[in-house]
Design a protein around this ligand. Structure first.
Ligand code: ADP
Ligand code: MG
Length: 312
């Protein structure tokens, strides 16, 4: 798959402090790319480089195989982390103004804004002043303005912060929809647990360095350990538990919620043992109520990677 964006070995220093160290990313066309990592990791710095707000000290950026240049700004829709709208301007007036700055004609801007305002059910905000809106409401307006001119690359810096869970879901759905319509999306977040289902590619950034990147499915495949979460109603829980411990690589208690006192475990099989063998064994021992593979979350992978690096 061709890459829409490539950042090659970008380094950015502020005085003696290195905010970004030798970071490279490849963002495939049509992907949703998550830039994940704790506060202060360097995500915004990288995003500002791609948006040509800061220049890297070292490294280069390519958009659609061209060296990044000022003309590319119109190809990118950017929602900055520090949101900013003119507080005393009216919502509609301001949205129209910003849309025209992005090259839309007034009538085109009106038509597209109407579509989005109706979609978000906020048409009654049109004549309100920005200062009358809550933070989340203003953020919705800014999201619309970011995507309105249909740029090929959308970059959202912490798009979910400031939203309640319901509105965060609205934004998630819209991001998926924009991707389906052909946009390539990059977003950053420090809350890894809530967004992994959204990304198909990720880069994990920690303390200015990229510590892991790739396709989410490949990363998960590499980090999973042939472990299954099992719930079973057995005649004798203790006996079965002890028996399983002698047969499989690792058996530990699991703590999922269940309505009866079934035996709850996480069972790790050896590399040469298949899940069917475990299932067959269990099916003679009681009633199986749960059987699913344990797939590590991005957050767990992140923590493991950092721990491994620190123990090196
Ligand atoms: P993130 O977005 O991952 O939370 P940032 O890229 O905003 O992180 O910041 C990375 C580090 O660089 C932080 O320690 C931050 O304080 C520092 N930093 C960012 N911008 C500047 C700046 N203009 N001057 C000095 N330090 C900065
Ligand atoms: Mg940031």
């Amino acid at each position: 798959m061709a890459n829409l964006l490539e950042v090659q070995q970008a380094t950015k220093r502020f005085g003696n402090f290195t905010a970004l160290h030798d970071v490279s990313i490849q963002v495939p066309k049509g992907s949703i790319f998550g830039l994940l990592g704790p506060n202060g990791a360097g995500k915004t710095t990288l995003i500002r480089i791609v948006n040509q707000i800061t220049l890297p000290d070292e490294g280069s950026v390519y958009l659609d195989n061209e060296f990044l240049k000022p003309e590319h700004i119109k190809d990118i829709g950017y929602l900055p982390e520090e949101r900013g709208l003119y507080k005393s301007m009216k919502v509609g007036e301001q949205a129209l103004y910003l849309a025209q700055l992005k090259g839309l004609s007034k009538s085109e801007a009106k038509e597209r804004l109407k579509y989005w305002f109706e979609k978000f059910d906020i048409i009654h905000w049109w004549d309100k002043k920005i200062q009358e809106l809550s933070k989340g409401m203003a953020q919705k307006v800014q999201f619309i303005v970011t995507v309105l001119h249909k740029p090929k690359l959308l970059i959202f810096d912490e798009p979910f912060s400031g939203f309640d869970p319901i509105n965060a879901n609205v934004i998630k759905d819209e991001i998926l929809h924009l991707r389906d319509e052909g946009a390539t999306v990059i977003f950053s977040t420090h809350r890894m647990e809530s967004v992994e289902e959204l990304c198909d590619h990720i880069a994990l950034i920690n303390k200015s360095k990229k510590i892991l990147d790739g396709k989410v499915t490949d990363i998960k495949r590499a980090y999973k350990s042939n472990t299954f979460e099992v719930g079973i109603l057995a005649e004798n829980n203790n006996e079965l538990y002890t028996d399983l411990q002698t047969k499989f690589v690792d058996v530990v208690p699991a703590d999922f919620k269940a309505i009866d006192d079934q035996l709850k475990m996480k069972i790790t099989l050896g590399n040469s043992t298949s899940s069917n063998e475990l299932l067959q064994y269990l099916s003679n021992k009681g009633q199986i109520l749960r059987f699913n593979e344990v797939i590590p979350t991005v957050n767990e992978i992140f923590i493991k990677t950092i721990t491994d690096i620190e123990n090196e």
